[in-house]
Design a protein around this ligand. Structure first.
Ligand code: BES
Ligand code: MN
Ligand code: ZN
Length: 509
């Protein structure tokens, strides 16, 4: 999708559709400014005039995601005018704007429209932030997961937006350089998010650990990252007994993927480690899952896909900070070679683990991934994983779970999530929870059972992050959209990528 900036008056723009935001004024504005009706967020009087009749009709409320499409709007060069409800003026921010851009894309591409212009609302969002939000939202909205539909290549049926123009009138920002660079950066982030979604979307027969490693390698070559892929022999050599315990049950070869970004001029004392759970299919192993919904376990590599996408974005945005991604990729399968409940595995760090449930496999592979990251010299760790069903019970499909061993690190990350427009909620790591993972015969068990399941999984990981400041993101409930939304398709969401990129940029020297 092409993205352009335009500084012409919205009414003078020739486009298939001009999109403007409509906001519901606050009660105060209603009274004080004598503004009883929803407002069209565009300073161009011709645009307001074109919308006047339909606005006066009361049909347009400004409710979030409400769409009103006018054809041949009088006085405008645009063929259509789309009025897009943005909700309450008081709470309208870049996060809402991002979703509106996605909504515009999804509304218009469904009508076989290929290009449109989006008028930047003039309600206090900084122009650079607004441009960023619109570009990111538009790319997210343009993604659809129907790869294996046989009419995918039918030009008429493959509905996609080809070009978006963002209209920022000269009065708003005369120097367009910052807007240009904001637009380019947003493109990189959003295309990386869609790359992550592509990887996550693939079924397990088309996204084995080997294929995931190939995709990482190809991407690395394209953007200039170093990439090493280690096989099962190396995993055993490194004494990654927890990782291997999961991998041993599958006929598909595991892969330990390492992506390195080492820019010149990076701060000497910071080395970020990003660890991703890459279970390309989670059957549960011998503690096998019920058939109902098992097909969804193809997305159990979303954490890995996220970290690979983050590395892509980082390589192109070039912040001055050293970053290494460690991806543990394997299937979790039952077989004659599979590990069994009651088995004991020795992790790379030397700690022993009693396997209570082979379906608690994510924490096993991450235990060795985190340990390896520390061995490589990482000073700060972040992992992303579709780790527990329990986090879905706790937070539903809205917030990802975030755990942090270090408050300042959490603060940094929380700021990044806000700027990225992603929702995450912190869960606790009190020492009392350690009780749950005590074992009779080993250092710990791999499953603490039902209560506080997301927390006990995080407590387990903490044993392997040790004293390195660490953040754990449990994205089991948020990496996959169960339903489509006006701004995003049903399927892989690419959640956490934007926050992680923002977080990494924050360390740039
Ligand atoms: N991959 C699952 C977690 C998951 C659940 C991801 C739902 C996405 C959607 C994980 O490996 C798992 O099976 N966790 C178990 C842990 C339990 C056995 C302690 C769970 O959550 O049930
Ligand atoms: Mn599992
Ligand atoms: Zn899993």
């Amino acid at each position: 999708m092409n993205t352009n900036l335009s500084s012409s008056a919205p009414s003078q723009l020739e486009t298939d559709c001009l999109v403007v935001v409509v906001l519901d004024p606050s009660e105060k504005d209603r009274a004080e400014k004598d503004q009883p009706a929803p407002s069209v967020e565009c300073a161009d009087p011709a645009v307001r005039e074109a919308a006047k009749d339909v606005m006066a009709s009361g049909e347009v409320t400004g409710k979030t995601f409400e769409t009103t499409l006018l054809h041949r709007p009088s006085g405008l060069k645009a063929k259509r005018l789309l009025l897009l409800g943005g909700g309450k003026a008081k709470t309208f921010s870049a996060a809402e704007l991002r979703q509106l851009a996605g909504t515009a894309v999804r509304t218009l591409k469904g009508k076989s429209i290929r290009s449109f212009a989006f008028a930047l609302p003039e309600n206090g969002i900084a122009a650079t932030e607004g441009v960023r939000a619109i570009v990111e939202g538009a790319f997210v909205g343009n993604f659809d997961p129907g790869y294996y539909k046989s009419d995918r290549n039918d030009k008429d049926k493959d509905q996609k937006i080809d070009a978006v123009t963002i209209v920022v009138p000269k009065e708003v920002q005369s120097d367009t350089k910052p807007l240009e660079s904001s637009m380019q950066a947003a493109r990189i982030v959003a295309e990386s998010q869609n790359f992550t979604r592509d990887l996550t979307n693939e079924p397990s027969n088309r996204m084995t650990p080997t294929i995931l490693a190939e995709r990482a390698k190809t991407m690395a070559a394209e953007v200039g990252l170093k990439c090493e892929v280690h096989d099962g022999d190396k995993i055993r050599q490194l004494k990654m007994g927890a990782f291997w315990g999961v991998a041993q049950g599958s006929d598909e070869a595991p892969a330990l993927i390492v992506l390195r970004y080492e820019p010149e001029g990076a701060a000497k004392d910071v080395h970020l480690g990003l660890v991703g759970k890459g279970v390309t299919f989670d059957s549960g192993g011998i503690s096998i899952k019920p058939a109902d919904g098992m097909e969804k376990m193809k997305y159990d590599m979303a954490g890995a896909a996220t970290m690979i996408g983050v590395m892509r974005a980082i390589a192109l945005l070039k912040p001055k900070v050293k970053v290494t991604a460690i991806i543990c990729a394997t299937e979790n399968m039952p077989s004659g070679k599979a590990q069994k409940p009651g088995d004991v595995q020795i992790a790379m760090s030397g700690k022993s683990i009693e396997i209570i449930n082979t379906d608690a496999e994510g924490r096993l592979i991450l235990a060795d991934g985190l340990c390896y990251a520390r061995q490589l010299g990482c000073t700060h760790l972040v992992d992303a994983a579709t780790l527990t069903g329990a986090v879905v019970v706790a937070l539903g499909y809205v917030n990802a779970g975030i755990f942090a061993s270090d408050d300042p690190l959490y603060e940094r990350f929380a700021k990044a999530t806000q700027q990225a427009g992603e929702k995450m909620w912190r869960l606790p790591l009190d020492d009392e929870y350690k009780e749950i993972i005590k074992s009779n015969i080993a250092d710990m068990v791999n499953s603490g059972g039902r209560w506080g399941g997301a927390i006990s999984a995080a407590m387990f990981l903490k044993e392997f992050a040790e004293d390195t400041p660490w953040i754990h993101l449990d994205i089991a409930g948020t990496a996959w959209m169960e339903e489509q939304k006006p701004w995003i398709a049903k399927g892989p969401s690419g959640v956490a990528l934007r926050s992680l990129v923002e977080f990494v940029k924050g360390w740039s020297a």
